[in-house]
Ligand binder design. Structure first.
Ligand SMILES: O=C[C@H](O)[C@H](O)[C@H](O)COP(=O)(O)O
Length: 161
């Protein structure tokens, strides 16, 4: 699988360790930055770049997912979710890693590098990558509603109050 990775200064060490782990597992890893440590760098452009690449790959039929890291993972998730077609999930334990795929068909995982050990993060990411979307009708319906809102600002048959 192709894995697009992005972080900021808070996750740079995690990102480097994880890239090595994923490459050893046979994945094609594409790093969207940063390339060096700068405590004043800003996560949005890195994470948006990774999310855009995931969406573009998936639209082209390429098997791809994204991984974004930061201190909390919050800003990185928010940034990734600004990209149309991105479904970024903040993951903080094994269950949220699996549910992000099973229920949400998340295509980007966000993790707080200051909240976990690198071994925990690797465990969450491996689980996320290995878990398929359940494709159950109720989950597919809800994901389609999100895409519809993204495209039209409305959800047919549902009043937004
Ligand atoms: O949500 C944002 C991330 O957690 C950032 O990694 C974090 O805000 C960076 O904080 P600082 O600039 O204080 O290192």
């Amino acid at each position: 699988m192709r894995i697009h990775i992005a972080t900021d200064h808070a996750g740079l060490e995690f990102s480097q360790t994880l890239q090595q782990h994923l490459a050893e597992a046979g994945h094609e890893v594409i790093d969207h930055g940063p390339t060096s440590y700068d405590p004043l760098d800003d996560y949005p452009s890195f994470c948006i770049g990774a999310a855009q690449a995931v969406v573009a790959d998936q639209q082209a039929g390429v098997d791809a997912l994204g991984v974004v890291f930061g201190g909390s993972g919050n800003g990185e998730q928010i940034a990734a979710n600004k990209v149309e077609g991105a479904r970024a999930a903040l993951v903080w334990n094994r269950s949220t890693a699996e549910l992000a795929r099973q229920h949400n068909d998340a295509n980007v995982i966000s993790i707080g590098a200051r909240q976990h050990t690198v071994d925990e993060a690797i465990e969450f990411i491996d689980l996320f990558i290995a878990t398929p979307f359940s494709a159950e009708e109720r989950h597919a319906r809800r994901i389609a509603q999100l895409a519809e809102f993204e495209a039209t600002g409305a959800i047919a048959g549902h009043e937004i109050r």
